[in-house]
Design a binder for this molecule. Structure first.
Ligand code: SAH
Length: 449
């Protein structure tokens, strides 16, 4: 594969940056794999024409259904020699304008749609309207916008699903963290920062454009202050618990806001239970379980920094540290040790990083999900609860459920789905973009077969 580019879609999934995390293994496999689709740049058309993307005949269906991605394979030619990041009209083979999209010569997703309206002008006013619309949705649903509730950590902009492909903005108290995941928002970086400053008046806009996905889009990682000053401590209040957020060097944008509701749910079910929280990061599920009256909680993560912050968070909330045990380890190995020690738990959380960023990784990821879930089932007492998640865009709801069913079977337990879980509602899913529903979770209750 020397000299060739292997590309895959980037979606607003969660990433992982732990020390010995799975991501690194995936990357090696990615490079060694010969089953991945090769990316070849679209054909260059008439360079003297105005910039435009012309689709192959019959390849307009997905655009007509308002799916915002245009893959290189659907393109007949690119006219006008546009630079990456530039907005161009997307035309069908007959020359009809179907959309306006941001072009990226270096990605398998050659363009991402800003608008389906032929008359749209993609400029600062366009972005101001889209951002204002995203803020209005959050306030209409009384999501934690700071002034409404004590909670003050919220995803303000969720990329494709808010009509702004590649743009993620998280708000941690009065600090905004902006993540640019594709060439379109990269091109509009300053405009976007100005509008966010104008509409949200944060004390700081911090850029964390250092996600894995950027590499796949041909973009360099970048991180640092964009506007204002970063306070020494950034703290959010979530479900009445205080969490210190490491905006500059923490994982993703600093905190996993998508699990807000699911963390609260654990709190309501933890009373008197021995809890195991795998992939605990800064202790979100652990603290909710402790406050909910868990008898004990063992939390495991491979990142020492995350565990240190988790313990600081525990102190911030004045919770009983004698009931909490923290383990820096690879979950795959730690679960085996716990099994060999015959440890048992009443409630287990498995919230791993994304094992399958795209469908190309599904098979390998399926083995990893099965492995940890099988071990999880084995560590549960009869009547125990398993909270199991996948944030992999490449694993569908159906496939995830099948993998977990296989794990239960092999573990020799019968399990019922008590509840299906998703990301919190500040992570909406655009109906025409099912990839936006990346986080899926199952609450399972087991009994012996
Ligand atoms: N549940 C967390 C978010 C988990 S994100 C919350 O509510 O905030 C995934 C976590 O898995 C990261 O903290 C990462 O450091 C950790 N991780 C990744 N691979 C791991 C591995 N093999 N073993 C242990 N932890 C791992």
């Amino acid at each position: 594969m020397t000299g060739s580019k292997t590309k895959s879609p980037s979606t607003p999934h969660r990433q992982s940056q732990g020390g010995r995390d799975f991501r690194n293994r995936v990357k090696r496999n990615y490079q060694q794999s010969d089953t991945l689709v090769e990316h070849s740049a679209p054909r260059i058309g008439d360079v003297s024409s105005p910039p435009a993307l012309i689709l192959k005949a019959g390849r307009e269906k997905s655009l007509q259904r308002h799916h915002p991605w245009i893959f290189s394979g659907a393109i007949d030619r690119i006219d006008g020699a546009p630079a990456t990041g530039v907005t161009l009209p997307v035309r069908d083979a007959e020359g009809n304008c179907l959309a306006w999209a941001a072009y990226n010569a270096d990605s398998q997703i050659s363009a991402r749609v800003w608008s389906w309206d032929e008359k749209e002008i993609v400029n600062a006013d366009f972005f101001r309207k889209r951002i204002a619309n995203a803020l209005a949705m959050r306030s209409a649903f009384l999501l934690p916008l700071g002034e409404v509730k004590t909670d003050n950590g919220i995803r303000l902009i969720h990329a494709e699903s808010d009509g702004l492909p590649g743009l993620i903005v998280d708000k941690y108290n009065d600090v905004l963290v902006m993540q640019l995941g594709s060439a379109g928002p990269e091109h509009w970086r300053d405009t976007l920062a100005d509008i966010l400053q104008e509409l949200c008046a944060p004390v700081c806009i911090f850029e964390r454009s250092d996600s894995d996905g950027r590499e796949l889009e041909g973009l360099f990682p970048r991180s640092g202050i964009l506007r204002g000053m970063l306070p020494k401590q950034v703290e959010v209040n979530e479900n009445g618990l205080r969490f210190s957020v490491d905006v500059a060097t923490g994982q993703k944008t600093g905190f996993y806001l998508d699990q807000r509701d699911n963390r609260a749910l654990i709190g309501t079910l933890a009373l008197g239970k021995d809890v195991l929280n795998c992939f605990c990061y800064t202790g979100g599920f652990s603290l909710n379980a402790l406050r909910g009256g868990a008898k004990s909680i063992l939390s495991i993560d491979s990142s020492q920094e995350a565990l240190q912050l988790a313990q600081r968070n525990l102190q911030l909330n004045g919770l009983d540290s004698t009931r909490a045990e923290w383990l820096c380890a690879d979950v795959f190995e730690a679960l085996r040790k716990l099994r060999d020690q015959n440890r048992k738990f009443d409630l287990i959380v498995l919230d791993p990083p994304k094992f399958a960023p795209t469908a190309a990784f599904a098979e390998k990821a399926a083995r990893a999900y099965k492995d940890i879930n099988l071990l999880g089932f084995k560590l549960l007492r009869p009547g125990g609860l398993l909270f199991t998640y996948s944030c992999s865009g490449g694993i569908s709801d159906d496939l995830f459920q099948k993998i977990i069913a296989g794990a239960a079977l092999d573990a020799g337990v019968s399990a019922q789905i008590i509840k299906k879980l998703h990301a919190a509602s500040d992570h909406p899913v655009l109906l025409s973009f099912p990839e936006g529903a990346y986080l899926k979770g199952l609450v399972l209750r087991i009994s012996e077969m």
